[in-house]
Design a protein around this ligand. Structure first.
Ligand code: SAM
Ligand code: MD0
Ligand code: SF4
Length: 372
């Protein structure tokens, strides 16, 4: 509970030094950190994470533009709004629409374009359709491109690499197999890990991620997903260890947000506190890696908390007025011209926080260093 508050100043400074020199944490240490609940202890934990981040990245923050280009999906993830069974309006943009959009994005100040989709058969069954999107995004913006296509086979991954895809995002959500089976019902646990490893082997940077905030969540059949907060902590430990195996270039955690129309719709929303603590622990376990603050979970106010807990990238940036969606859309009920999740608003806030937009050059050299 008092992992940080009980430390003398010298011990606290030594802890930070140890982390910077990549001394590993034990499971017990992580468990204690995730149990911290006193104000002073939390402040010390977040401050330590910021010091570690600044050692490796200074005040630089990287910005990713989010292009959710198809919301069609064949899967039925229990947590996701775009799950195939949900009766919602869906869209798939055309190559021409992507071209126009990328033309608008290229001078906004983002470092990378994240092309994300549901597992839409239009792209899954015809890889060329996705390759064309990567080609357009790279050609029009001249920026690195992340793809978030879901699970694709190794040949497809090699094609993505040839086309110049820089980053492959695929979140395991959890490394607890039983929990995975409830969340990503009917989807292979190993197959998801393999796809990520294949991307790494092909020389593409990879991102992994986990969800938190499932304690007391009920499935529609009444089954409890994780009965208590301590389950959430144990789950995070297993998942952090799972993510370490593939040496990811970027790691994330997001708070589960109940979505209308899904099996987990009727459950109470967890606070963001566990996510913030996991962000700090991720910074301690992956000191020199990119860790995003997603605007999708809690917008710009939430971004501030996440950067102050150790994150150093801002994701899910969407141009002002754009009709595209996020994956959770904390601002789903807000009119398009009122949602403040554009690059300009982000950069303004960074300045107020004493942070800055990192240079494109430093971002690309990080990517090149990490591509095998
Ligand atoms: N369809 C692809 C896939 O699933 O890999 C690409 C989309 S992926 C980027 C969507 C991610 O958003 C999920 O992996 C999950 O981590 C996150 N997500 C989806 N629904 C969520 C929710 N209700 N609350 C929090 N995170 C969510
Ligand atoms: C985000 N909504 O960054 C996006 C998404 C996909 N690579 C990223 C989860 O929050
Ligand atoms: Fe489809 Fe991805 Fe949502 Fe799962 S998380 S339902 S695969 S869009």
């Amino acid at each position: 509970m008092d992992f940080f508050s009980k430390m003398k100043d010298a011990e606290y400074n030594q802890f930070i030094e140890d982390i910077i020199s990549k001394k590993p944490l034990t499971d017990d240490m992580i468990r204690e950190m995730l149990s911290v609940s006193d104000r002073a202890g939390l402040k010390r934990m977040f401050d330590a994470a910021v010091q570690v981040k600044e050692h490796y990245f200074g005040k630089s923050v990287y910005l990713y533009s989010f292009v959710y280009f198809s919301t069609y999906c064949k899967n039925q993830c229990a947590f996701c709004y775009y799950n195939a069974k949900n009766k919602i309006d869906r869209y798939r943009i055309t190559p021409e629409e992507l071209r126009v959009l990328c033309g608008e994005l290229k001078d906004e100040g983002v470092h990378m374009i994240d092309l994300t989709m549901g597992e839409d058969p239009h792209f899954h069954n015809t890889p060329e359709n996705l390759l064309e999107f990567v080609r357009i995004a790279k050609e029009v913006t001249g920026l690195p491109v992340m793809v978030s296509p879901g699970v694709v086979d190794n040949d497809f991954i090699k094609e993505l690499r040839k086309e110049g895809a820089d980053f492959f995002a695929l979140y395991q959500e959890t490394y607890q197999k039983e929990l995975y089976a409830k969340l990503r019902a009917g989807q292979s646990f190993e197959g998801r890990i393999d796809a990520r490893n294949n991307a790494k082997a092909a020389g593409i940077c990879i991102e992994d991620g986990i969800l938190t905030g499932f304690s007391k969540m009920k499935l529609s059949n009444g089954e409890l997903i994780q009965p208590s907060v301590s389950d959430d902590i144990e789950s995070a430990i297993v998942s952090i260890r799972g993510m370490q195996k593939a040496d990811p270039d970027q790691v994330r955690v997001m708070t589960f947000e109940p979505q209308p129309g899904t099996p987990l719709a009727e459950t109470a929303q967890a606070s963001d506190l566990m996510e913030l603590k996991v962000i700090s622990v991720l910074r301690f376990v992956f000191p020199d890696r990119l860790i995003p603050a997603s605007l999708d979970v809690a917008g710009i106010p939430g971004m501030t908390d996440r950067l102050n807990a150790g994150a150093n990238a801002v994701t899910s940036i969407i141009s002002a007025g754009s009709e595209l969606e996020g994956v959770v859309n904390f601002d789903r009920d807000v009119s398009l011209n009122e949602r403040e999740r554009d690059a300009k608003s982000v950069i303004k806030k960074l300045k107020e926080m004493g942070l800055e937009r990192g240079s494109q050059e430093s971002f690309e050299s990080y990517l090149n260093r990490n591509k095998s």
